[in-house]
Design a protein around this ligand. Structure first.
Ligand code: NAG
Length: 343
């Protein structure tokens, strides 16, 4: 929680925007919630100390305003062209209303703004953009989504772009962005099957994204070549950073494997085995380069510069947060396995 009153106010209205949006019973109310949410996030992004912030917030504003305007237009068109008093709509209205929401949440063919915006933001705003800002559009999509060619191609493109796009990236923010695009695809799969499964996936994904961001922020690293340097104080941070990254990538003993497991099982139970196959292959590509980064940073290149000593003693509370979050991500799945077998 920030101590700045403006930030507290804006965070409150940001959350209320999400709540207005997900709890409204008309599309106009949903649009209003999205707009409140956007108008609170824009001032949160600005920071006089960083020149990339202006570019990022302008890009974000233009894209999101385009999406909101399109959503409003599509909703009005729906009420004008369809009969209001019989519930039947045309077959393509769900897709048409889904499209601006996909743009807002950054799913694959409409993800182009996402890496550029993330690159210019502080880590707190990156975390907000990856988690909270996705809640409202995805929740609204759950009213419309059905398993058809459109949805399947969005899911496939998101997972493929997410895994291929992260290859050879050197910026931590880019890696997290592509991971977020990929998880949007997985969340759409979960959403198309059942809403509760989406909630479980979203909660676990948000926790893990927060874990990775807090570990990265604590070690003050923005690019992966900076993770190679270490000294005795930062070994634990390196460990936290890479175990939580692997957890986000869905490597089995960690918590990140749990939502992946649930979704794969549901896909197979719903006759979506071909989709499950492709999606699992893309996650293998991801795990390949995540492991490559972790291995080279842990074992191959381990330089210990004496002059790079920055003391982390004054970061005690952040240390505790990152430590507890990353122990959830390390042991969460084992804990839940024990809990379900307890009776
Ligand atoms: C995409 O999500 C799946 C499921 O959680 C995961 O296995 C895979 O590693 C992720 N890929 C990226 C780029 O994050």
């Amino acid at each position: 929680m920030p101590s700045n009153p403006t930030k507290i106010l804006l965070l409150t209205t940001l959350m209320s925007g999400v709540l207005v949006s997900v709890s409204s019973n008309s599309w106009l109310g949903a649009w209003m919630g999205l707009e409140i949410n956007l108008m609170s996030f824009i001032p949160l992004m600005s920071n006089v100390k960083n020149m990339y912030n202006t570019e990022a917030s302008l890009k974000y504003f233009i894209v999101q305003a385009l999406a909101s305007a399109t959503l409003l237009f599509m909703v009005v068109m729906k009420t004008l062209t369809e009969n209001l008093f019989t519930m039947e709509g045309t077959a393509y209205t769900p897709m048409i209303i889904c499209t601006p929401l996909l743009l807002k949440s950054g799913a694959a063919p409409l993800h182009w703004w996402f890496p550029g915006v993330m690159e210019g933001l502080s880590w707190e705003n990156c975390a907000l953009l990856m988690t909270v800002q996705k809640a409202a559009p995805l929740m609204l999509m759950s009213y419309l989504i059905e398993i058809n060619t459109f949805t399947l191609s969005i899911i496939l493109l998101s997972t493929i772009v997410g895994s291929i796009g992260g290859l050879n990236q050197t910026s931590m923010r880019k890696i997290l962005t592509y991971s977020s695009i990929n998880h949007t695809g997985w969340m759409l799969t979960a959403l198309a099957i059942s809403e509760n499964m989406w909630v479980v996936y979203f909660m676990i994904y948000s926790t893990l994204a927060l874990t990775v961001v807090s570990a990265i922020k604590l070690s003050g690293v923005s690019f992966i070549n900076q993770t190679m340097m270490t000294n005795k104080e930062t070994v634990l941070m390196k460990f936290m950073m890479f175990t939580s990254l692997l957890s986000l990538g869905g490597l089995p003993p960690f918590l990140g494997f749990l939502p992946k497991w649930i979704v794969i099982q549901a896909m197979i139970a719903n006759n979506m085995a071909p989709l499950a196959t492709i999606v699992v292959v893309t996650s293998l590509i991801t795990l390949y380069y995540y492991l490559k980064i972790s291995y080279s940073s842990f074992m191959i290149l381990n330089t210990e510069p004496k002059w790079n000593l920055s003391s982390h003693k004054n970061k005690k509370t952040k240390n505790i947060t990152a430590l507890s979050l990353s122990s959830i991500s390390l042991l969460g799945m084992m804990a839940s396995t024990i809990m379900t077998n307890i009776n």
